[in-house]
Each structure stands twice: as C-alpha cells, then as structure tokens.
Design a protein around this ligand. Sequence first.
Ligand code: ADP
Ligand code: MG
Length: 689
Amino acid sequence: MRLIDLHNLSQKRLEALQSAGIRHPEDLLFLFPRRYIDKSRIRPISLLTESSDPVTVIGKVVSKQVTGFKKGKRLEVVIRDQSGSMLKAVFFKGWKYFITQFKEDEWVALYGKAKRFGRYMSMAHPEVDPVKEPSDIQKFEQLIPIYPGSKHFTKAYINSNLIKSWVDQILGSTNVPEFLPGDVLSRHGFMQRHQAFKNIHQPDDHSQAADALERFKYEEFYLFELSMAKIKNVQVSRSEGTVLKPGVLTKKFFNEILPFKLTEGQKHALADIRTDLESGLQMNRLIQGDVGAGKTVVAIGAMLMAIDNGMQAAMMAPTEILAEQHYQTIKQYIEPLGLNFRLLTGGQKTTLRRDILTDIEGGSCNLVVGTHAVFQEKVKFHKLGLAVIDEQHRFGVKQRNEILLKGDHPHLLVMSATPIPRSLAMTIYSDLDISVIKDLPAGRKPVKTAVRTDKERQAVYDFLEQSIGAGDQAYVVFPLIEESEAMDLKDATMGFEKLKRRFPDFSIGLLHGRMKPDEKDGIMKRFADGDTQILVSTTVIEVGVDVPNASIMIIEHAERFGLSQLHQLRGRIGRGSKQSYCILMPGTKLSKDGRFRLKKMIDTNDGFEIAEADLKLRGPGDFLGTKQSGLPEFKHGDIVEDRLLLEQAKNDAWNLIKKDPDLDKSEHKELKKVFEPYFKERSEFFGVG
Ligand code: ADP
Ligand code: MG
C-alpha cells in the first residue's frame, strides 16, 4: 500500500502529510494518539450531575435555534432522552456547521462535560455523533484515539477523525511485518508488531495501549543499541591498537615529579588505561569524574605512556582558557622530562602556527594540547598514539572520530565531568568503556553554599572584603545567555564597575567571551598568579579552570543557570585545602524550578545527585545536548523513565551483534531490512563505516 491509496486524500492533503514528515503509510501508523476518549459512559439525562468527567448522553433532537447577538450569538440544541429529561447543547463557534449536524426528531449522541445552567443541564461544544436509535451504541465501546494536530494538518482540513479513518484503512489492508527476533518477543512478552499498532490505535482499554507503547519504546531502543554495538564492533574489528607499555617517562612522572599521592579512583582509572594500552586493541575509554576529581593527571599519565613508546599524544579542550591551563599544567610536569610540547589554538598568528604544525608533522613535538584547532585538516601528526578529549560532552561524536583519523588507530581517552548515573552512561555511551573516579583528592573541604538576596548584599560584600583581606581570591559570575549576549555583557561590565567602586583597594579583573584570546589569557593568568583578587566573569570560566587559592564564588542571577552548570561553576572553588564558600544571589523573580535548583545546590555537593536532578528537570535531550552526545531524540522512549527497558534493549542488542554481526541469519532477515537504513544514517553521523 502507498500513501496515495488513502481515501479522501486530495493533493493538498498529500502535501500536508509530506510536510509533516509522513511519506509512507508506516509513518502514519507511527503518529500515535495523544490521548483517548472514552465515550462508553452513557448516562440518562435525569441522573446527570455536574462533574469534571465528560459523559455521553443519547437523545432525540427537540429543537434547534440560533439566538443572541454579536459575540453572544450561538446555536442552542435541545434534546430529550428516554428518561424524559432534556439537555441543551450550546455552540458558540462553528454553529453554521453544527446546525447541519442536527435534525429534529432524530437521535443523536453528545459527549461532553455536563453543567447546570438555569433550568437545563447543558453541554458546551459537545462532540456530536449521529445514532440510529438509543441502542446503537456499539461504536462507543472502543476508546477513541485523539491524534496530535499540526499547522499543516489544519490547513488541509485533516482532523483527528480523518487520521483515524486512514489509520484504520492502513491497518485493515496491510499486514505490518514483524522484525524483532522471536526470542526477544517471547522473553519480554511483547505482542506482534501489527497487533501493537492495532492496540495503539484501536485499543479496547488503556492498558492495551500502554502495553503496545512499551513494545515500540523497546523497538526504538533496540535499533539504537544495535547501531551502538555495531559501531563498537566496527571499531574493534578494524582496530588492532599499538601496544603501549609504560616506560621511563611514565615512571619518572609518577614516582618523582608528581607532588601528591594519587587517589584510589585515579589509580583505578590509570590501571584500566594501562590494561587497554597493553591489550593490543584500540582504547576507547571514558573517564567520568566530578569537577576537581583530578582527571588531568590521569590524562597526562596516559599520554606519557604513548610518548614512552615513541609516539605522539594530543589533548583537546573545548575552550582556549582551558587549553591554556592544561598547557601550563603539562609544562609544569613535562618540562622536567625534557619533552617538546606545544599549544595549538585558533587565535594564534600564522607564522607561529606554521611552526607548530611543522613540529607536529615532523614528529619533534611529543605532545600537543589545544582547542578545536587540533581537529583541523591541516594538522598532520607524525605518529599519533593517543588522543585525549577533555570535557567530551562539549564535542561532537563526529570530532571524536575525526581525531581517530589523524593516526593509525590511535588510542582514545575521553573525559567528562558530567556525572550521569552509571547505568545510563553505560547505555548511552555504550560504544565506550567507562572508568569512574568517585573520590576527590584528600584534604578537600566541601564547599559551603548559601543563598543571599539583594537586600543582604552589604553583608555579602563585607564578608568578601574580610576574606580577601585575609588573602583569599574570589569569582563573581554573571550569566551569559546567547540570545541576549549584549545585555548580559552589560550586566557583567556594570557589576565590574560597581565592585571597583566598592573595593577601590583590591585589584579586580573582568573576563568575558568577547575578548581576544590573548586578552583572556592575560587576565586569567593574573588571577591564577594571585595578582588579581576578584575576577568578574561571564560563564567562560565554567569549564575546568583551576586556581586553588580562589575560595569564594558569588553567582549573580543564580536562578538563570542550570543545575549542572551551577555545579560546574562551584567546582572552580574548593580546590585547595581552605574552606570555600559559594554564594548564590538570585534576581527577584524565582520560578518553582529556580527555587528547586538553588535548594538542591545548598543540600548537596554530590555531582551524581545533582546530575540526576538536572536530568529529571530538563529531560535527557537537553541535559546531554542531544546533537552533541550523538544520542538520538527518542520518539517514544525516555532514557530516564524507561531506563530499565533501555538496559534490556542494550543487553539483547549487544548479544545479537556478538552472535550475528551482519544479521545474516535467516531469522534476522526482517530485522536486517529495517536496521540497514537506520544504521546507515547513524554511522554517517558518527563518521564511521
Ligand atoms: P578535574 O577532574 O576537574 O579536571 P583537575 O585535574 O583539574 O580536576 O584537578 C583539580 C586539582 O586537584 C588540580 O589542582 C590538581 O593538581 C589537584 N589534584 C589532582 N589529583 C590530586 C591528588 N591525588 N591529590 C591532591 N591534589 C590533586
Ligand atoms: Mg578538568
């Protein structure tokens, strides 16, 4: 069957369907009802009471008339049912149409909310169904699906009833083939695909529809997980990795240079990395650890293992400031080892850049740290052994694969401070192996967090004055929201001027995203060196910046930040051994969500707890940045709510790919048909295959 075989399909309607993304009959089957109406509660008018639940009444039309003037103009229809009582239906809009729906002395069914209005029980804008006689109620026994509307539909007069009739036509004239393997169906007790569509569109009761929906959620997760399994398989099978063993440099770094003891979490992560690098297969590992967990030294350790084996290492950070900071850290640790390391960012002068590129290509540069600039085509490595991507959620999956093409199957380490729940991470980043660093370096005091209003500003400033007098440093952060960048910039600039007036004796810096990289670096460096005491900033400091002496953070308009962002910001302080303070200063109006976020920040320092709350609040797409994470927008399933189902789908899918990697077995024929186009689309996105 094709779309054009649908009845009542004008050219205009066909175009409307196409504009709404419906190109095949199956697309229409996937237009699931928004809700269902139950017209089976048929009541005698004499027993009606006012209630918020709609009911059905069936009566004979006694009279119909248009009354009232101008805005009050309306159609009033009176019906009388077998109980002898009367009910008035009132239509304020579309009465020219509705008047044709009623014929005196004929039976009609009305569905709506009953209200007493003067003498009569009445219904405003009930749904009208003609009936032959009062016992003609068969059609009310089924739930009635209500389909989502769209502007395309309205223009072409496509209403819910028409969609229903199309769907019924499709389900009646085609048999939708099953593609899930039989053992999957029986293990989960899923109904056949055709039946599932029937139960979604023509359910006898709500639970039937819910069971069918469960199947479609699973199906969606299953295809996704098959593609993840496949991508991993593609990568593993094409990628014997170079065996890298820790040598002199690595040992010297950990035993002689590093000024502190590794935490247990850091040790575990490094052990995982070492196992990967010695395995002969390409490493593809995610290190998850809260802000301040110490991921950088783990990355440096890994990079040294590559350099120990005569190979180059690269590390990418999402911002120039962060890249610069990593560069400084690396300098501190790697200079004593006599290695050649370079910083590569977008803002560098052409001659310098050329010099750096030559160094990288010639192989004299052992390690390069940089921004997105590293991914560029012009950057060619002599022998890239390992790539690290910091704050990986800021990069696309595509970039992850781009960097892999810069070497002969280099090992990949990605790092993230977005501590999403482990089960969830395993499912959505299922093409990566994961190490979690749970603990923070010893001696850290948890940051104390408080909310202060504008009225308390004096007290806040007094506290700031005291602390800075005692040698502390502080951040004052203003939000930066893209749409109103100019205005927010004004906020930060004005805040900066105000603070300068209030604290004439302190040295205060201003940092924002519109500055030139050199300028930013200079300001950041002065703050890191302790020359600046207060750093006023937009959120450019959000990611990764490390100044252990900074122990105070004031966040202005704190209600405008997302939870994870607040947590990231707060992670900039509490990095030394001093007690740190985070003061959240909301603007005047606080939404319910806004209040919840601030409270959560006071209640806990646990990144996992905060992430989970944020995930609930914002939904997965927004939380992870759907496009960034490579996570598709699931149409039916919700990766948080339906986590269990997702996990089951993952296990099933991965087992299948292990057993039948190319889906060549005859029992997977239908699955292969569905999966191939799906995978093609995804793998293009991932840049593999
Ligand atoms: P993140 O995981 O957020 O990237 P960093 O790598 O920036 O954290 O580390 C935060 C701070 O903790 C840095 O100043 C770093 O030198 C320090 N640090 C890292 N590991 C340890 C440790 N085991 N003991 C003490 N300090 C550490
Ligand atoms: Mg970091």
